[in-house]
Design a protein around this ligand. Structure first.
Ligand code: MN
Length: 135
């Protein structure tokens, strides 16, 4: 059996965190951060394979956290999926332009869709130029 891969959830709302953890716990090791600051401090140690990053966080928002990760050589290639509370037209383009690999709208209701999206990005890790996201 291959080692379980690790997903980090960065989300300040405990109910949302719990819901996503519940959906992922069977397939992945899940680590949770309730603030972007903590996530930035700890992901170099915890080494997640993918991050689910809430857009709206206190102190430092998702795009700011992402920018700092992308500027950090060790974290730059980490797949990061945005969690957004308000779905709007053009969101996908907006978040991809900011450098997110993908995005998921909250509340997260479709467990299958979430897992497929995660698998898509985990599957491409380390394969160089392949980009199934169409960017
Ligand atoms: Mn939030």
């Amino acid at each position: 059996m291959k080692a379980r891969r690790k997903i980090a959830i960065v989300e300040d709302n405990p109910d949302n965190r719990e819901l996503v953890r519940y959906m992922l716990a069977e397939s992945y090791e899940v680590i949770e951060y309730d603030s972007g600051q903590r996530a930035l401090e700890e992901v170099r140690e915890s080494r997640p394979d993918l991050i689910l990053l809430d857009i709206s966080l206190p102190e430092m928002d998702g795009p700011e956290i992402l920018a700092r990760m992308r500027a950090d050589r060790e974290l730059a290639a980490l797949p990061v999926i945005a969690l957004t509370a308000h779905a709007m037209n053009g969101d996908r383009e907006k978040y991809l332009a900011l450098g997110f690999n993908d995005y998921v709208t909250k509340p997260v209701l479709d467990e299958g869709a979430l897992l497929r999206k995660i698998e898509q990005w985990l599957g491409t890790e380390g394969k160089g130029d392949e980009d199934p996201g169409g960017r």
